[in-house]
Design a protein around this ligand. Structure first.
Ligand code: ADP
Ligand code: GLC
Length: 494
C-alpha cells in the first residue's frame, strides 16, 4: 500500500479559499478507498487548530523548521482525512485569509511561511512521523513548490509529484532568500529555480519533481504555449512526457442535491420537483422577483481578471434585456466588487449580489439557478461547472482548460444525440459571451431540449474514482522508475 504525503496550503473543510481546498479535501479519500495511505500536511492556521482541537501533538521530526519551534498536530477529520497540521506559531497563528494580511496585501514573510511548509514535508519524508514515512510527496501549487527542491538538495529517497493548479500564482521572491531557506546556491540556476533574476517556488516544483501534473488534459496542453504558460511554457515543454493532465473530480457526498443540507429542497435526476423550490428560495435570498419561468443565471467565483468577470459586466444589460435574472456570489478585486454591487443597486429585483465568501450559499445558488456563468480567460480545471452539472444548473463556459474538457456544447449534433450539457464559447471575448448568452436563452426557451440537457448533465459522474485511479497509476509509475534508477546506480557501483 503506497504511502503518500499531500502538501498544500488549504484543505476543505478546514480552510478554503478556492478549488485547491476542494481537491485536497476529496482526492485523498478517493485514494484511500483504492488502498493508498494518504496524509495531508498543511499549516495549522487558527481555524485549523480550532477544528482539530483534539489532535495529538507530535514533536517536529527534525527539530525546528527554518529555525521555528513548533509541533505537528495529528488528527483525523470527521470526513476521514488524516491530517498533519504544521504548528509553527510565529508563522501561522494569524487569523483570516491564509495568504493575506488584514490590509489585503500578501504577508511579507510568505516565502518563509511556505518555505517552512515544504521544509517540514521533506523532514517528514526523511525521518518519518509516528512510525509513518511516505514514499512519495505529492506537492500542490507554489506554496509546496520547494518540496522537490529540498528532497533533491538533501539527496533524500522520497519521490515527488508536483501538481499545478494555477500557473499564474508562482511564489516569486528575491534571490537573497535562497540561503536563509537552506537551499544550495547552485539552485539559483535557470534549470532549477531561478526566474528572471529571482527565485520561483513554482518553477522549483516544476523543474525538480519526478513528475508534474495539472488538473485537466486541455490545460496540460495549453501550458506549453506562451499564451497560457506565464513564462514557464519553455520549461514545461522541456519536461515533455513528464507533464500530464488529470481532470479534477468532485466530492459527490458534499455536492449531492438529494442530500444537501444547505439547500431548500432535495432533488435528483429522477425526482426533479425540488429544483423549483430552490429557485424560489434563491430568488428570495437575493431579492429577485419570484418568477418561476424567468431564466436565472448565477455566478460563484473569485471576482478576478482570470474569471472574465469584466466580460460578464459588459453583457449585463444584454442579459437583462433578454429577460434574465442574475445572482452573484463572489469576492475579489475591489473594482469588480463595486461594479457588481452597483449593478444590483441599479437593477433591483433583477440582479442580486452578495460580496463575500459563503460556502452554504454557494450550494443554494447551484441548486436554485438555471445556468452558471463561467467566462474564464483561462481555467486549469474549474469545479463550479462540475457542481452545476450535478445540480442540473447548465454551465455556460469559455472553451478553455478544464471547462473545455467537461462541458458538452449544445450544438445541433449534441442535442440530437441527447449529449449536450451546456454552452461553450470561444474566443473569450464580450461578443462571444453575448452570443453564448443568446444561445442559452434559446435553449431555455426550448423546454424539451433544456430538460434533456439537464438530464444528461445530472447523469454524468464526475466523482473522483476515475481520476484517483490515474493518480494511483502515476504514483506507482514514479516509484517503479525510482527503484529502477536506484538499482542502476548500485550496479554501477555508486
Ligand atoms: P478557483 O479555484 O480558481 O477559484 P474553482 O472553480 O476550481 O476555481 O473552485 C472554486 C471553489 O470555491 C468552488 O468550490 C466554489 O464553489 C468556491 N467559491 C468561489 N467563490 C466563492 C464564494 N464567494 N463563496 C463560496 N464559495 C466560493
Ligand atoms: C485552481 C484553478 C481551478 C482549479 C483549482 C483546483 O484554483 O484556478 O481551475 O479547479 O485550482 O485544481
Amino acid at each position: 500500500m503506497p504511502r503518500i504525503l499531500f502538501v498544500a496550503s488549504e484543505c476543505y473543510p478546514l480552510v478554503k479559499t478556492g478549488g485547491l481546498a476542494d481537491v485536497v479535501g476529496a482526492l485523498p479519500l478517493a485514494l484511500a478507498s483504492q488502498g493508498i495511505d494518504v496524509r495531508v500536511l498543511l499549516p495549522a492556521y487558527p481555524q485549523v487548530r480550532e477544528a482539530l482541537s483534539g489532535a495529538a501533538r507530535l514533536p517536529l521530526p527534525a527539530g525546528p523548521v527554518l529555525g521555528e519551534e513548533g509541533a505537528l498536530l495529528a488528527a483525523t477529520t470527521e470526513t476521514g482525512l488524516k491530517i498533519l497540521a504544521l504548528d509553527l506559531p510565529r508563522l501561522y497563528r494569524r487569523k483570516g485569509n491564509p495568504y493575506t494580511a488584514p490590509d489585503g496585501g500578501d504577508w511579507p514573510d510568505n516565502h518563509r511561511r511556505f518555505g517552512a511548509l515544504s521544509r517540514a514535508a521533506a523532514d517528514i519524508a526523511e525521518k518519518g512521523v509516528a512510525a509513518w514515512r511516505p514514499q512519495l510527496v505529492h506537492a500542490h501549487d507554489w506554496q509546496a513548490g520547494l518540496v522537490p527542491a529540498y528532497l533533491k538538495a538533501d539527496k533524500a529517497g522520497a519521490a515527488s509529484l508536483f501538481t499545478i493548479h494555477n500557473i499564474a500564482f508562482q511564489g516569486v521572491f528575491p534571490a537573497r532568500e535562497l540561503s536563509p531557506l537552506g537551499l544550495p546556491a547552485s539552485f539559483f540556476h535557470r534549470e532549477r529555480m531561478e526566474f528572471w533574476g529571482q527565485i520561483s517556488y513554482l518553477k522549483a516544483g516544476i523543474a525538480m519533481a519526478d513528475k508534474v501534473s495539472t488538473v485537466s488534459p486541455t490545460y496540460a496542453r495549453e501550458l506549453q504555449s506562451a499564451e497560457f504558460g506565464w513564462g514557464l511554457d519553455g520549461l514545461i515543454r522541456h519536461r515533455g512526457a513528464d507533464v500530464l493532465g488529470i481532470l479534477n473530480g468532485i466530492d459527490r457526498k458534499v455536492w449531492d442535491p438529494a442530500k444537501d443540507p444547505f439547500i431548500a429542497a432535495p432533488f435528483s435526476a429522477t425526482s426533479f420537483k425540488g429544483k423549483a423550490a430552490n429557485k424560489r428560495a434563491l430568488q428570495e435570498s437575493f431579492g429577485l422577483q419570484p418568477e418561476p419561468e424567468t431564466p436565472l443565471f448565477c455566478v460563484i467565483s473569485r471576482l478576478t481578471e482570470q474569471k472574465g468577470m469584466d466580460l460578464l459586466l459588459s453583457n449585463l444589460e444584454h442579459l437583462l434585456w433578454r429577460g434574465g435574472q442574475l445572482a452573484v456570489l463572489g469576492s475579489g478585486e475591489a473594482k469588480l466588487e463595486s461594479a457588481f454591487a452597483e449593478a444590483a443597486r441599479r437593477h433591483p429585483g433583477r440582479v442580486g449580489v452578495r460580496i463575500g465568501y459563503d460556502e452554504a450559499l454557494s450550494h443554494l445558488l447551484q441548486a436554485g439557478a438555471d445556468a452558471i456563468l463561467i467566462p474564464s480567460r483561462y481555467e486549469p480545471c474549474g469545479l463550479t461547472q462540475l457542481y452545476g452539472l450535478r445540480y442540473g444548473t447548465l454551465p455556460v463556459v469559455a472553451r478553455t482548460g478544464g471547462l473545455a474538457d467537461t462541458v458538452i456544447d449544445a450544438n445541433p449534433a449534441a442535442l440530437q444525440a441527447g449529449a449536450a450539457t451546456g454552452i461553450t464559447f470561444a474566443p473569450v471575448t464580450a461578443e462571444a459571451l453575448r452570443h453564448a448568452l443568446d444561445r442559452a436563452f434559446a435553449l431555455y426557451g426550448d423546454r424539451r431540449a433544456f430538460r434533456a440537457a439537464r438530464k444528461a448533465a445530472m447523469g454524468l459522474d464526475f466523482g473522483w474514482a476515475a481520476s484517483a485511479r490515474l493518480y494511483s497509476q502515476l504514483y506507482r509509475q514514479i516509484l517503479t522508475a525510482r527503484r529502477r534508477a536506484h538499482k542502476g546506480e548500485k550496479a554501477h557501483g555508486h
